[in-house]
Design a protein around this ligand. Structure first.
Ligand code: AMP
Length: 283
């Protein structure tokens, strides 16, 4: 039986009586198969599972989709119930930020090498908002393990930095990207796409695979592999690519052709106003 909890005091009370290890799965709700995979991994490693659902205003820019972000608490509760989650913590904004203006003046600022690249180039302060909210929830819940998806790869690096920087007693676990049969990565924002648009959106993953294949075959240097993928994507006028880049696996630094490390190709693109991200590892 999943319990819905709205206040900090109530979640602290139930945690005090719960078995350890305690798992936290941070989400913005509108749960899908990607979130469920995090829950299932957590269940295999921990005794008490808490999913938090909180659409964090601090990580949305003024022209982004905060007010339209899909919300369906009843359906999310059902999903959590079906997956044997113990507690869903879904506080109101003022429970987490009693004085949001003061929080905005004191955001946690991750290092620019991680936060100002890729998505951070167009989403100003996004990762400060992410780091700030995750730190708040870690402080409230004090989980032993926290589960994050590799789909939000840059976010994962930011969280790992956060844990190290503040010496937080939590182990961050990352889980692979879950995809629809077309290859499209599950995302709450996919709800805004029609069936045709979702098929077009699956081209993002095809483009990533194309770049990986071209790199592995050694035919192309990295920039040529990226160019080939961009040419492939240009056949879909609906897709507006924001970035397509190669980044080092160890620290998300730029990658050169003679790299000895594994790296990722990462993409962000918009279809209509829907912003999608995806990535692929090149071991
Ligand atoms: P969100 O609700 O979009 O903030 O996502 C909550 C968590 O679920 C994040 O750690 C995401 O990386 C993860 N997640 C979202 N989509 C997927 C997916 N398709 N596969 C794996 N994890 C995902």
């Amino acid at each position: 039986m999943t319990s819905l909890i709205k206040s900090i005091q109530d979640i602290k009370n139930v945690i005090a009586k719960s078995a350890k290890p305690l798992a936290l799965i941070p989400t913005m709700g509108s749960l899908h198969a990607g979130h469920i995979s995090l829950i299932q991994t957590a269940k295999s490693e921990c005794k008490t599972i808490i999913v938090y659902i909180f659409v964090n205003p601090l990580q949305f820019g003024p022209n982004e989709d905060f007010s339209e972000y899909p919300k369906d608490l009843a359906s999310d509760l059902k999903t959590c119930e079906e997956n044997n989650v113990d507690f869903v913590f879904a506080p109101e904004i003022n429970e987490i930020y009693p004085d949001i203006e003061s929080v905005k003046r004191n955001l946690i600022t991750p290092p620019c090498e991680l936060a100002d690249i890729l998505c951070g180039k167009t989403r100003e302060n996004h990762f400060s908002g992410v780091a700030t909210v995750i730190k708040r929830f870690f402080d409230i819940i004090e989980p032993d393990f926290a589960y994050f998806g590799e789909k939000d790869l840059q976010q994962l690096y930011i969280i790992k930095w956060l844990v190290k920087e503040f010496n937080l007693p939590v182990t961050v676990q990352s889980c692979p990207i879950v995809r629809e049969h077309t290859g499209l990565a599950y995302s709450s924002r996919n709800k805004y796409l029609s069936a045709d648009e979702k098929n077009i959106a699956a081209s993002l993953y095809k483009a990533l695979k194309l770049a990986r294949g071209n790199t592995r075959s050694g035919i192309f240097p990295l920039n040529k592999a990226i160019l080939e993928s961009l040419i492939f994507l240009s056949h879909f006028p609906e897709i507006k690519v924001e970035y397509f880049e190669a980044k080092d696996k160890t620290n998300l630094a730029n990658v050169h052709n003679d790299t000895k490390h594994g790296f990722y190709y990462l993409i962000a693109a918009k279809i209509k106003k829907v912003r999608l991200i995806d990535n692929i590892e090149v071991p």
